[in-house]
Ligand binder design. Structure first.
Ligand code: NAP
Ligand code: MG
Length: 402
């Protein structure tokens, strides 16, 4: 059988630990035998990031802007323990943070649903995609522990010297205060990324804040979304037969619980942090969650939502067998290949991505799965496979389909 051809290379960002092991297995077993795989390879493994003073991460982000589609393996975000473990020159920043800043992106996360792993919320027939604004608010706050009685004020001094001053609280005793911010430019990018993603995936878009209480801060989010929607997207949404819907965050939570799924839920930074954990745990496992970073000018970076699965890696290093779930990493590849196929007009590549996804899901539905899923499945005849054998079982099924 002739291998499927590609035109433009994918930006390939290799990573760390157990996911690096899965990365190679997936390429060797599921991609290279079938595709004439073109990638521009960047090694974001911590050792090479350290060797290049993290330049490799910056280069990979630049390449993503150039080519438009990247696929990323999970990477270690260094902390004190990693400094010693990897003899690091510096505590390098999170690669995801660096890439996100370079692409000015929004992160979309969706659970991979499969028969046998049912969400706890019975009416969720289709996945709910969470779009999280990844800038500002409480994640870039300034806080003070107020020692005792006194006046707390909010002061803005403009570059032109203009001053705006408001009283936060006249304290009669100890307390706490917090200052947070966001930027119109960042909110605009967030809004456009959400609208583009909704059009791209033909799903309704929901957005919710607490604008009834936060009449300036949250209201500004609501206004920016509505304004951009009316000016740039309304007609496109009508043509695609999809809807933009704004509501209060509490109303959104109540509706989500009763919804059938199949829509995108855009959230401010904190809401997105909390709600994506709720959606993913209700759907079984972090290892069944895809993640894609989308920039406002249509650049895509696909990855799994989970980390490097360090605990399994240490077992692997000791020669023990692991049963690590590779589904989200396989779906990062299929997402990137399909997007590349769409951009380059390669129907065969898109169809390969579809087949690899259905071979993966079919394998699980046939009762062959890794341990994390075996623990929560509703199927009764289950074979627990190790990391390697699961990927081999997917290959067998894929070969039958091609
Ligand atoms: P993690 O790698 O997501 O793993 C946490 C636990 O979740 C694992 O120990 C495992 O539970 C379970 N798990 C996650 N993925 C799994 C999979 N594919 N198959 C089976 N079980 C899975 O998070 P972590 O251990 O907190 O972080 C490890 C490293 O990953 C850290 O250095 C962190 O910086 C990095 N990280 C990177 C990214 C990214 O690159 N996007 C994201 C998050 C974390 P059991 O041990 O109970 O089996
Ligand atoms: Mg969280």
């Amino acid at each position: 059988m002739a291998k499927i051809q590609m035109k433009t290379p994918l930006v390939e960002m290799d990573g760390d630990e157990m996911t690096r092991i899965l990365w190679k297995l997936i390429k060797d077993e599921l991609l290279l035998p079938f595709i004439d795989l073109k990638t521009e390879y960047y090694d974001l493994g911590l050792e090479y990031r350290n060797e290049t003073n993290d330049q490799v991460t910056i280069d990979s982000a630049e390449a993503t802007k150039k080519y438009g589609v990247a696929v990323k393996c999970a990477t270690i975000t260094p902390n004190a323990a990693r400094m010693t473990e990897y003899h690091l020159k510096e505590m390098w920043k999170s690669p995801n943070g660096t890439i996100r800043a370079a692409l000015d992106g929004t992160v979309f996360r969706a659970p991979i649903q499969v028969k046998g792993i049912e969400p706890c919320v019975k009416n969720w027939e289709k996945p709910i995609t969470l779009a999280r604004h990844a800038y500002g608010d409480v994640y870039k706050n300034t806080e003070i522990k107020v020692p005792g009685a006194g006046k707390a004020e909010l002061v803005f001094t403009g570059a032109d010297g203009q001053e705006i001053r408001k009283t936060i609280m006249d304290f009669d005793g100890p307390g706490i205060i917090q200052g947070i911010h966001n930027k119109d430019k960042s909110i605009e990018s967030f809004a456009r990324a959400c609208f583009n993603y909704a059009l791209d995936t033909k799903q309704d878009l929901w957005f919710a804040t607490k604008d009834t209480i936060s009449k300036i801060y949250d209201h500004n989010f609501k206004d920016i979304f509505q304004d951009i929607f009316d000016r740039e997207y309304k007609e496109k949404f009508d043509a695609a037969g999809i809807e933009y819907f704004y509501t209060l965050i509490d109303d959104a939570v109540a509706r989500v619980m009763k919804a059938k799924g199949g829509f995108i839920w855009a959230c401010k930074n904190y809401d997105g942090d909390v709600m994506s954990d709720m959606v993913s745990s209700a759907c079984g496992s972090l290892a069944m969650m895809t993640s894609v970073l989308v920039s406002p000018d249509g650049v895509f970076e696909y990855e799994a939502a989970h980390g490097t699965v360090q605990r399994h890696y240490y077992k692997h290093l000791e020669g023990e067998e692991t049963s690590t779930n590779s589904v989200a990493t396989i779906f990062a590849w299929t997402g990137a290949l399909r997007k590349r196929g769409e951009m380059d007009g390669l129907a065969e590549l898109c169809s390969f991505a579809d087949k690899l996804e259905s071979a993966t899901l079919g394998t699980i539905e046939a009762g062959k799965m890794t341990k994390d899923l075996a623990l929560i499945t509703s199927l009764d005849k289950v074979t627990v496979l190790n990391s390697q054998d699961f990927i081999k079982a997917v290959r067998e099924r894929l070969e039958g389909m091609l």
